[in-house]
Ligand binder design. Structure first.
Ligand code: HEM
Ligand SMILES: [Cu+2]
Length: 649
């Protein structure tokens, strides 16, 4: 009986869908919001782990001729630092926000494949634990994050270190590919009625582009790594030069993934910043269409530049010129975006919240990283810079000044939606200034060190090279950064309990996620909205309550309205607003433990392969591979026959 005349009031809706409790409910959850929180918490933890590794690196480099860590441990530290940050922290932090926010932004009740979503999370967790276990055993990957074969084949890297790499990254690659397919289908198929592609929030747009890149780039990488695993575990010859392999094959495959990967880490940020800046400028995003298309263009061009990482291999003048030019071309859509953000700020009524400060700092810091990028896009100048600290400076201005600052902006912005409470603004400002000052003291001098000729990836340096003062300064800066991060962590934890309560729309923002309570109920939308514009909460009656263009915000936001109705209020049955769903029709996917079982099965396959390369009695543990394969088959079978609806309601 789906008649609209019998719609119940929202509180009874909430009673029909109580928030589940307890550890088991988290293990079996398929709710995109909870999976988002799991991703976020795990990834933030690994951000701290990666940060700790960075501090150890900086302690070692603080003074010349230091022996705080050994050369071998140092190699593991910088490799695992990079892997943890990229695959364990930054990508999953963006995934956390995709998970939580995208369904809310498009007016959906969940992602397209909720159990697949849970599976992606559990595989990610096992994968990141896997290669960090290697580090704890002092057997971490030690080749740099790009793991150039043939140096990483068994012949030259006989230990288990690179086995942790090839196996761990296959697990993580699988997780990313599954998650991305899910997001793509969700965005393409599950938008609320009326939300055409060009009405999607810009963060959702950048999520879509990013996930297309992940599926395609991660596929290249996962195959490259699988081949390396076959070389290492079963003695095949993909990268064995003695048997005729091309010594540059791995480098091409890796960077064909590696370069799109940097866009995978920056496009979501461009989306977040494009939500934050308009909100706190009280102005619509300047040039929405151009922003969308330059995002698409960045994603597209990102495929044609990979060999700019290989100028030093002697590819010859034609290849060098091609990749120089294509790389410089990317600066155009990137520059367009920067100008459009500035255009959005222009004439706006700007509020310097912490979220906004991080977005503004992103603009400046990311631009510095972009400029050093264009510098080494010129092949002759790259020959001077490659493999020096100059590249390390570039990496960190784009990863830290770009991805991390942007993520923190997104977290200050969306935290109140997730937890119903605002992060402390005062602690936020402290966090912000420590971070901004700390990152510049840490990373800016690296440009000079690089120009002076300090190579990347050396575990120490002699006293008379002229590197001493700058290295000491950099190490000091890294502790300022760490202090800022500590403030942030405390803020995240304390605000969860003690933060000021946020209404549905504390910032007076324009997109759908702000139309529902904070935190959102299990079913997200009591009524699936019908979308008439790009900024539903900034148009019509809604504009009045969200204070556009110059209104007051905070107090009034409990009154957010959508298409002229208070959110949560049940619409008049005659109106088109609620035709979609009297609450009897809300079907939420039931919890399931098959995702975690399947993830365990898949992980066992890889753990077994690791033992295959171990000597002694432990070698026999490689039976975990067939056992894991069996568990995988059973889990897929059981999953497939699990009923899609719970019988509770
Ligand atoms: C206008 C934009 C950009 C240009 C022109 C550019 C150009 C380059 C070039 C030519 C290199 C190779 C340098 C070398 O190894 O000698 C490089 C390295 C790198 N870039 Fe960029 N880049 C840009 C943006 C970005 C972004 C947005 C990110 C990440 C969010 C990024 C991350 C990296 C990383 C991680 C490396 C070093 C990889 C490694 O050797 O480990 N870049 N970039
Ligand atoms: Cu690149």
């Amino acid at each position: 009986m789906a008649s609209t005349a019998t719609v119940a009031a929202p509180h009874s809706l909430a009673a029909a869908h109580p928030e589940p409790r307890g550890l088991w409910s988290w293990i079996t959850t398929v709710d995109h919001k909870r999976i988002g929180i799991l991703y976020g918490a795990t990834a933030f933890f690994f951000f701290l782990v990666g940060g700790l590794e960075a501090l150890l690196i900086r302690v070692q480099l603080a003074v010349p001729n230091n022996n705080f860590v050994s050369a071998d441990l140092y190699n593991q530290l910088f490799t695992v630092h990079a892997l943890t940050m990229i695959f364990g922290a930054l990508m999953p932090l963006t995934a956390a926000l995709f998970n939580y926010m995208v369904p809310l932004q498009i007016g959906a009740r969940d992602v397209a494949f909720p159990r697949l979503n849970a599976l992606s999370y559990w595989i990610y967790l096992f994968g990141v634990l896997f290669f960090n276990t290697g580090m704890l055993l002092k057997l971490g990957p030690n080749s740099g994050w790009f793991a150039y074969a043939p140096i990483t084949t068994k012949q030259f890297s006989p230990g288990l270190n690179m086995d942790f790499y090839v196996l761990g990254l296959q697990i993580l690659g699988l997780s990313s590919i599954l998650a991305s397919l899910n997001f793509i289908v969700t965005i393409v198929n599950m938008r609320a009625p009326g939300m055409r592609l060009m009405r999607m929030p810009i963060f959702t747009w950048m999520t879509l582009i990013t996930n297309v890149l992940i599926v395609t780039a991660m596929a290249v990488f996962t195959i490259a790594v699988t081949e390396l695993m076959f070389d290492r575990v079963f003695g095949s010859a993909f990268y064995d030069i003695n048997k005729g392999a091309d010594p540059l094959l791995w480098q091409h495959l890796f960077w064909m993934f590696g370069h799109p990967e940097v866009y995978i880490l920056i496009l979501p940020i461009m989306g977040m910043v494009s939500e934050v800046i308009p909100t706190f400028s009280r102005k619509p995003l300047f040039g929405y269409n151009v922003m969308v298309f330059s995002g698409v263009l960045i994603g597209w061009l990102g495929w044609g530049v990979w060999s700019h990482h290989m100028f030093a291999t002697g590819m010859g003048p034609i290849a060098d010129s091609f990749f120089s030019l294509s790389t410089m071309l990317i600066a155009i859509p990137t520059g367009i975006k920067i100008f459009n953000w500035l255009g959005t700020l222009w004439g706006g009524s700007i509020r310097f919240t912490t979220a906004m400060l991080f977005s503004l700092a992103f603009l400046a810091m990311f631009t510095i990283g972009g400029i050093s990028g264009v510098m080494h896009a010129a092949a002759p100048s790259d020959l001077q810079q490659t493999d020096t600290y100059f590249v390390v400076a570039h990496i960190h201005y784009v990863f830290f000044g770009g991805t991390v600052l942007g993520l923190w902006s997104g977290i200050y912005y969306w935290y109140p939606k997730v937890f119903g409470r605002l992060l402390s603004e005062r602690a936020g400002q402290v966090h912000f200034w420590l971070t901004l000052v700390g990152m510049n003291i840490t990373f800016f001098p690296m440009h000079f060190l690089g120009m002076l000729g300090m190579p990347r990836r050396i575990f120490t340096y002699a006293d008379n090279m002229g590197f001493n003062e700058m290295n000491a300064l950099i190490s000091a800066g890294s502790f300022i950064l760490a202090l800022g991060t500590l403030v942030f962590a405390i803020n995240l934890a304390l605000s969860w309990k003690f933060g000021r309560r946020a209404g549905a729309n504390p910032w007076g923002a324009s997109t759908l996620e702000w139309s529902i309570p904070s935190p959102p109920p299990v079913y997200n939308f009591a009524v699936i909205p019908i979308v008439h514009s790009r900024m539903p909460l900034w148009e019509g009656d809604a504009a009045k309550s969200s204070g556009i263009p110059h209104g007051r915000v905070e107090e009034e936001t409990e009154q957010v309205t959508l298409m002229g109705r208070k959110v949560g209020e049940v619409a008049d049955p005659e109106s088109d607003v609620n035709v979609m769903s009297p609450h009897q029709d809300i079907h939420l996917p039931p919890p399931s433990y098959w995702p975690i079982v399947l993830a365990a099965g898949i992980s066992m396959i890889f753990i077994g392969l690791l033992f295959r390369n171990v000597g002694g009695a432990a070698h026999n543990l490689w039976f975990m591979t067939p056992a894991g394969a069996l568990l995988t088959v059973v889990a897929i079978y059981a999953w497939a026959f699990e009923p899609g609806h719970s019988h509770e309601h």
